[in-house]
Design a protein around this ligand. Structure first.
Ligand SMILES: NC(=O)c1ccc[n+]([C@@H]2O[C@H](COP(=O)([O-])OP(=O)(O)OC[C@H]3O[C@@H](n4cnc5c(N)ncnc54)[C@H](O)[C@@H]3O)[C@@H](O)[C@H]2O)c1
Length: 262
């Protein structure tokens, strides 16, 4: 029997954080991976550090630039000849009160977090259609599910992406392309380590039933699962990977604390 061809994933925002962990997971599972990021040099260094040049391709690209996205998917086809999975992970977060959210920030957040996945999907779908199917995973956020302060732009962009996920799942099912989303809670990325004060970390721990931040690798596992054949009957779903943050609703941190300590 001929060996089945190596599958190919395109991961956006893959120079660091959740995107890079996801690229590593695909490689570990035997896939080839195109790593795309607006920070071209950082992306090239991250890809080089993976030390797997036969199976990796680093691409500098702004996901909000339709022409650049078209060139990026052409480069993937040129190099790997197929595309099985797209992970729309690139995102920007600006946390500010609504009156201090500039129009430029609002437009940029929508352009990267919402239009980016739309453009990447439009570029990827014809390639997946040629293969007879594929999988798309959009990285939303727990901010798409529950509102909180300072996130009128970010949370709205991610809620839009959550709905786009369902729209695409319904429409692309006839092409055997599954579309799902992963909604991370607070994840211990380098960025979170930098910007979350000790007090913020303690608050999050109190509000999260599992009482800790998530790890990039835990996100990568869920993203990979949704792209893999193991999820072949799952489409249109938004999987919160959040330690129970969403399920807890208003939560009663004091009671949880008593239970832990009792
Ligand atoms: N870290 C968290 O706690 C958390 C929580 C919820 C959701 N998320 C979401 O997960 C995704 C990844 O987050 P992360 O924490 O790894 O962030 P990160 O900032 O570490 O990584 C994001 C990557 O996207 C790249 N990027 C930004 N704009 C881009 C553009 N226009 N085109 C291409 N690449 C671009 C950045 O250069 C960066 O390498 C984001 O969509 C984020 O909104 C993260």
């Amino acid at each position: 029997m001929p060996a089945s061809p190596q599958k190919v994933a395109l991961v956006t925002g893959a120079a660091r954080g959740i995107g890079l962990a996801t690229a590593k997971k695909f490689l570990a599972e035997g896939w080839r991976v195109a790593l795309l990021d607006i920070e071209g040099e950082l992306q090239a260094r991250a890809a080089a550090a993976l030390n797997d040049p036969d199976n990796t391709l680093a691409i500098a690209c702004d996901v909000s630039d339709a022409a650049a996205v078209g060139a990026a998917t052409a480069a993937v086809m040129n190099r790997f000849g197929r595309l099985d999975a797209l992970v729309n992970n690139a995102g920007v977060a600006v946390f500010a009160p609504v009156l201090e959210t500039s129009n430029a920030d609002w437009n940029r957040i929508m352009a990267v977090n919402l239009s980016g996945p739309f453009l990447c999907t439009k570029a990827a779908v014809p390639l997946m259609r040629e293969l007879g199917g594929g999988a798309i995973v959009n990285i939303t956020s727990i901010s798409a599910v529950r509102a909180s302060t300072l996130r009128s732009a970010y949370g709205t962009s991610k809620a839009g992406l959550a709905h786009l996920t369902k729209q695409l799942a319904v429409e692309l099912a006839s092409l055997n392309i599954r579309v799902n989303a992963v909604a991370p809670g607070p994840i211990d990325t380098a960025m979170a380590k930098e910007v979350h004060t000790r007090e913020i970390r303690a608050d999050y721990h109190d509000a999260i039933p599992l009482n800790r931040y998530g790890l990039e690798e835990e996100l990568a596992e869920a993203i990979y699962f949704l792209c893999s054949g193991s999820a072949s009957y799952i489409t249109g779903q938004i999987l919160a990977v959040d330690g129970g943050f969403d399920a807890a609703g208003i939560g009663l941190p004091t009671l949880r604390g008593e239970r832990r300590n009792g």
